[in-house]
Write a protein that binds this ligand. Structure first.
Ligand code: PLP
Length: 731
């Protein structure tokens, strides 16, 4: 197990008896332990909400009198002791899956690079699915006991918070984060000065600080260029995610890739496996090559060593979505570097040359593919698409022989499962289910849960969502004097007992958020049917530079606001992990309508399934593998289209037909005395039983370990003839 390097900035003044809360606050373990979160809520529920579930800020602000009060509450103290006992036991790491399966590889190390990490709403350093996947991957690596460190960015201005104007236009409000308020620790040198790494950018050297986030047993290191000594503009380099400014983007990717390698070295880590989650971090291979060449290897030998130890996961089935740079920019940023690799300009460009419609580019995924031995897409269909997309890199191979495999995404169960559902599973699944999440046999016992008990929890979660929406609408009405129609559009008329559909994700146009609104009259008829109405909740952000995405939000919002919807359509602003939890736990049906095959995997539907929310989706990404005819509904066919208009039309009609003929009748017809549809509950059980194990992050990280990390460790070992002692860290 790794020693954490960060040093707490805060010394909370806590009563001795509960002073372990201070340490707990700094380990994101609490983000997937509802019982740990409940301790803070117990002390002061309002403050817990006001600090947006941030225990560090909470402990700084909490009143001594409230702390003293819980000392005398026997239930609180019992719960506190149990949580701390669990935490200590967890951190000991003596009985993890990795330990029990791969003990001889425990002194190896996997370094995982990602440009965003979605760990919790309190740390908005993620934009969407890619980030949440990285965060979930890190948490599961901790649960399974993998020797693992993460590398990413501490974007101090975060990803924006979203406000929708009366006219439906997205306003991006900047977030300001300060580490003192967050579960983020500064890594310090021995003399207590901040530890930094430096990278060369044109005409200057830029410093980046290293921050540490403790994710259970594993450390995540975040880089941040807001350092004294950098110029004002360099201090802002890492302030935000995904700038459309090319200089800024390439600088960020240099800091992540090159700075990241240097940071790990400085921290005393010597990884055996380098996992690039998406191509943004692919420059890491250049820094590793530079080191090998400095040590006397040729560039070709260096590439061989790097390939043997590198894993690349691609997530982008849309060619235009790939991260690439014009060649003049590469000249500007790398002409100083290529001599140190022993390369001329053309040979350097060749590493990532990509012919696109307007000329040649330097493509980050091409670089990543060239530098990785193990390459994977994130669902079966996406694997096929990726093999087709990158086949030109293997001109001698047929598409099906292109060495890109797939591992389908999953979600971190502890993070996304509602507490009350967890309690229900505690009562009916075999004990120990929480550590065997990917075992399908365990989940067979979902069939034993009494219908009424399951439906009770489902209703509880719906009421919780509705109460939350109403409170948010009330706050907006109170604080921001929004127009009364916006109070309705924010969900104040939603009824917790009516069929409720959720659609929440990034507003990228291929996700077709507006599809269900296309035949608006037909939809309104369903929405307003007396006794059996349909409610639809939308949420999602568009990238601030994505004009079509913002126009799509506006189109949806304008329709939501129309009086004819009777308040049954809703748009919730500021979609983030907090709102995502409410939605994937609280609606009845999770709708997803991407234009196939553009959804590489998708994960929000997996979060929904875990909580007994039924998927109603296009057969794209993970759902094409998850759907079995009985555990949800499929929109459209398992087929490809050449004509997107025909595809939209067919998907639309399939969606309305299923909604009218299957979903609505199943929900409302043949209700029992408790207003429960037995058929619906049966479907919920089928959904949980078949999907919860298979689309768990536990299954996913085990697959990465078995089919990528361990083989890579073994190849690297052979290639380098390297033997490692039992002590992992140099320092
Ligand atoms: C899970 C999640 C996503 C990814 O959702 P998809 O529907 O798979 O695109 C995006 N944003 C947030 C906040 C999430 O929690």
């Amino acid at each position: 197990m790794y020693q954490f390097k960060g040093t707490p900035a805060n010394h909370f003044e806590l009563p001795d008896r509960i002073d372990r809360l201070g340490k707990l606050a700094y380990n994101l373990w609490w983000t997937w332990r509802p019982d740990a979160q409940r301790l803070f809520k117990w002390i002061d529920e309002y403050l817990w909400e006001e600090t947006y579930h941030n225990p560090v800020l909470f402990l700084r602000k909490v009143r001594r009198i409230d702390l003293n009060a819980v000392l005398h509450d026997r239930n609180f103290m019992a719960s506190y002791d149990e949580v701390i006992r669990d935490f200590d036991h967890y951190m000991e790491n003596s009985d993890s899956w990795f330990h029990n399966t791969y003990a001889s590889h425990e002194n190896r190390l996997i370094a995982y690079f990602s440009t965003e990490f979605g760990l919790h709403e309190t740390l908005p350093i993620y934009a969407g699915g890619l980030g949440v996947l990285s965060g979930d991957h890190a948490k599961e690596a901790s649960d399974l006991g993998l020797p693992f460190v993460g590398v990413g960015f501490f974007y101090t201005r975060g990803y924006f918070s979203q406000h929708i104007t009366d006219d439906g236009w997205q306003q991006a409000n900047e977030v300001h984060m300060s580490f003192e308020d967050l579960p983020v620790l500064p890594v310090l040198e021995e003399d207590e000065s901040p530890m930094t790494v430096s990278v060369e950018l044109p005409g200057r050297t830029v410093l980046a600080r290293i921050w540490e986030v403790q994710v259970g047993r594993i450390p995540l290191y975040l880089l941040d260029s807001n350092v004294e000594g950098n110029s004002e503009s360099d201090r802002r380099l890492t302030a935000r995610l995904y700038s459309s400014d090319l200089d800024l983007r390439i600088s960020q990717e240099i800091i992540l890739g090159i700075g990241g390698v240097r940071a790990l070295e400085q921290l005393g880590f010597d990884p055996d496996v380098w996992h690039m989650n998406e191509g943004h971090s692919a420059f890491l291979s250049l820094e590793r090559a530079r080191k090998f060449v400095t040590e006397g290897k040729t560039f070709v030998q260096a590439v061989e060593l790097i390939r043997n130890s590198t894993v690349f996961t691609t997530h982008t089935p849309v060619p235009a979505g790939n991260d690439e740079f014009p060649l003049w920019l590469i000249d500007k940023y790398f002409s100083e570097m290529w001599p140190s690799l022993g390369l001329e300009r053309e040979a350097f460009i060749d590493l990532a040359r990509h012919q696109v419609s307007w000329g040649e580019t330097f493509s980050m995924p091409v670089l990543a593919i060239r530098m990785a031995e193990a390459i994977n897409g994130v669902s079966e269909l996406h694997g096929q698409v990726a093999r087709r997309m990158w086949q030109f890199l293997w001109p001698e191979k047929k598409v099906q022989e292109v060495p890109i495999t797939h591992i389908t995404n999953g979600v971190h169960t502890g993070t996304w499962l509602a507490r009350r559902m967890g309690v229900l599973y505690d009562e009916h699944l075999p004990s120990g289910w929480r550590t065997q999440l990917d075992d399908p046999d365990i989940w067979e016992d979902v069939l034993q849960i009494p219908d009424e008990a399951l439906w009770d929890v489902r209703l509880h979660l719906k009421r919780k969502l509705v109460a939350y929406m109403r409170e948010r609408a009330r706050q907006q009405w109170l604080n921001d004097s929004i127009h009364p129609v916006q109070v309705v559009a924010a969900g104040s008329l939603i009824d917790p007992y009516m069929l409720t559909i959720g659609f929440a994700r990034r507003f990228a146009t291929y996700k077709r958020a507006g599809l269900i609104l296309q035949d608006f009259d037909r939809l309104l008829e369903m929405v307003n049917k007396p006794n059996r109405p349909v409610q639809i909740i939308f949420a999602g952000k568009a990238h601030p530079a994505d004009e079509p995405g913002k126009l799509l939000i506006q189109e949806v919002y304008r329709k939501v606001k129309k009086a004819e919807t009777g308040g049954r359509l809703v748009f919730l602003e500021d979609y983030d992990m907090n709102l995502a939890r409410y939605l994937v736990q609280g609606v009845d049906v999770w709708l997803n309508t991407p234009r196939r095959p553009n959804e590489a995997s998708g994960t929000s539907g997996q979060k929904a399934a875990l909580n007994g929310v039924l998927n109603f989706s296009i057969l794209d990404g993970w759902w094409r593998e998850g759907y079995n005819g009985k555990n949800g509904w499929a929109i459209g066919q398992d087929k490809e289209y050449d004509d997107p208009n025909l595809q939209d039309a067919e998907d639309l009609s399939s969606m309305y037909d299923i909604l009218e003929k299957e979903i609505i009748p199943m929900y409302y017809d043949q209700l029992t005395g408790d207003n429960m549809s037995v058929e619906w509950v049966r479907k919920i059980k089928e959904c949980i039983r078949t999907l919860a194990p298979r689309f768990s992050m536990s299954r996913m990280v085990k697959e990465y370990t078995e089919s990528l990390y361990i083989p890579v460790m073994e190849t690297a070992e052979k290639a380098q003839g390297k033997k490692k002692g039992s002590v992992k860290q140099k320092s």
